[in-house]
Design a binder for this molecule. Structure first.
Ligand SMILES: *[C@@H]1O[C@H](CO)[C@@H](O)[C@H](O)[C@H]1NC(C)=O
Ligand SMILES: *[C@@H]1O[C@H](CO)[C@@H](O)[C@H](O)[C@H]1NC(C)=O
Ligand SMILES: *[C@@H]1O[C@H](CO)[C@@H](O)[C@H](O)[C@H]1NC(C)=O
Ligand SMILES: *[C@@H]1O[C@H](CO)[C@@H](O)[C@H](O)[C@H]1NC(C)=O
Ligand SMILES: *[C@@H]1O[C@H](CO)[C@@H](O)[C@H](O)[C@H]1NC(C)=O
Ligand SMILES: *[C@@H]1O[C@H](CO)[C@@H](O)[C@H](O)[C@H]1NC(C)=O
Length: 367
């Protein structure tokens, strides 16, 4: 219980910083207390290592994982516009052009970068600030139908959609001249969840019909149910979900609530976990199950928030208070450029209207 209280407190501080004034306690803590007792039994019954029916995704190399971790990290630092942030130097030589998109309502941020040296377009997401609120708000309200049995976290859906059109337009803009570049999507924490959900919509809407995708997430939340995991597992792409030791974020939302495992209608990670077990070792986990019981799940329920801030040689703890300040800085993030092409057409999903209606009704309650 104390651990979870500390977790929520840190998230709140991380999200709102010292500048946040409006009734912090009332807004964050009180309505969430009933939820905390549920969080207390995170992953009490680990049934997530069920055999997966699809195993077509491929692991990247460790070098690739370490490289895209920098992309995931830079979003937490500034100045992104000039790429002079901490860790920017690691990727800057490869970047020919980039755009940064920011949604002030949800304080979500994405960078889309063009790399001619590596022949790729990299999309990286930051998730923080107001968005933590979404996480908490929807952790248990959760799922909305997207397609068939696939359900996704409603808060992550809102965060993803707050940037989706900008991201698609930026990719389309770069693809005009570079249709064969692969599209790499990455993110840390909530940004990891947004990266995965963005890929889901890019694929599900067939947004770029012959594009090659790669997905790298770090300290990612669980995003959807087992059918969502199944869909992700069947993409036949290079994909990895990196977990540092006992990072608690990777075990939220929990797969069990009050000891009840709602097996086919609760949160599951897709496969391709890469586990960094402290300094002792790193390993590519089993691709035959959704979540490998011998990887990060083996530590449960002794999960830790501290492990969330360090991935390889990147430490974002120092930046964690920063995004909050960013929320109030009127920095020169681009609105969508007029030179961008119109949104590519996608194969509409009739369920989406319903989804939007449901979400639209929920948004006002977020404040
Ligand atoms: C999942 O892992 C646990 C612990 O290792 C084990 O007891 C259980 O049999 C496994 N379940 C499946 C479906 O593999
Ligand atoms: C970014 O570069 C521009 C042009 O060189 C400069 O005017 C601006 O002050 C720089 N921003 C920061 C935060 O250093
Ligand atoms: C921010 O996200 C919300 C929700 O998706 C959307 O309605 C709004 O237009 C977005 N704002 C900008 C500037 O993109
Ligand atoms: C994708 O399609 C575009 C135009 O339709 C084409 O120029 C490009 O070569 C294709 N790329 C791949 C990887 O097939
Ligand atoms: C997966 O993609 C590779 C090429 O990247 C292809 O050779 C293989 O046949 C595909 N596998 C499936 C199951 O579609
Ligand atoms: C993880 O590392 C610890 C030591 O830090 C070790 O005791 C444990 O066996 C390792 N777990 C696995 C599954 O390799």
């Amino acid at each position: 219980m104390n651990l979870l209280y500390a977790f929520v407190t840190l998230m709140a501080i991380g999200a709102f910083g010292v500048d946040y004034t409006p009734d912090l306690e009332e807004y964050i803590f009180n309505p969430r207390l009933p939820l905390l007792s549920q969080l207390n039994i995170i992953d009490a019954i680990p049934l997530t290592n069920a055999t997966a029916t699809s195993t077509s995704n491929r692991f990247p190399t460790k070098e690739q994982i370490i490289y895209y971790n920098y992309y995931a990290a830079v979003n937490y630092f500034y100045d992104l516009q000039n790429l002079t942030c901490e860790y920017c130097e690691k990727i800057k030589p490869d970047i020919a052009d980039h755009k940064v998109f920011y949604n002030g309502t949800h304080n979500t941020l994405a960078m889309v970068a063009l790399s001619n040296t590596r022949k790729e377009i990299v999309v990286s997401f930051r998730g923080s600030a107001n968005s933590w609120n979404l996480v908490l708000d929807f952790a248990f309200l959760f799922n909305v139908k997207e397609r068939g049995n696939i359900k996704v976290h409603a808060g992550f859906y809102i965060a993803t959609m707050s940037l989706y059109e900008h991201v698609v337009q930026a990719i389309a803009y770069y693809r005009q001249d570079h249709p064969n570049y692969k599209i790499v999507i990455t993110g840390l924490s909530l940004g990891g969840a947004m990266a995965r959900m963005t890929l889901f919509f890019l694929k599900d809407r067939n947004q770029f019909d012959n594009a090659t995708y790669e997905l790298y997430t770090f300290g990612e939340f669980r995003v959807g149910n087992i059918y969502f995991a199944e869909y992700m597992n069947s993409l036949n792409i290079t994909s990895v979900r990196v977990v540092h030791r006992a990072d608690i974020i990777c075990h939220l939302p929990p797969v069990t609530v009050l000891g009840t495992n709602i097996l086919y209608d609760f949160y599951f990670h897709p496969q391709n976990e890469y586990w960094i077990n402290g300094s002792d070792g790193q390993k590519f986990c089993s691709q035959n199950v959704y979540e490998d019981a011998s990887c990060s799940n083996s530590i449960g329920p002794a999960y830790s928030l501290v492990d969330h801030f360090t991935y390889f040689d990147v430490n974002i703890a120092g930046a964690f208070a920063q995004p909050l300040q960013l929320a109030s800085i009127a920095f020169n993030i681009l609105p969508v450029e007029t030179s961008l092409p119109p949104l590519p057409k996608f194969i509409g999903n009739p369920l989406e209207d319903l989804l939007n209606t449901v979400i639209g009704g929920l948004v006002p309650s977020l404040g």
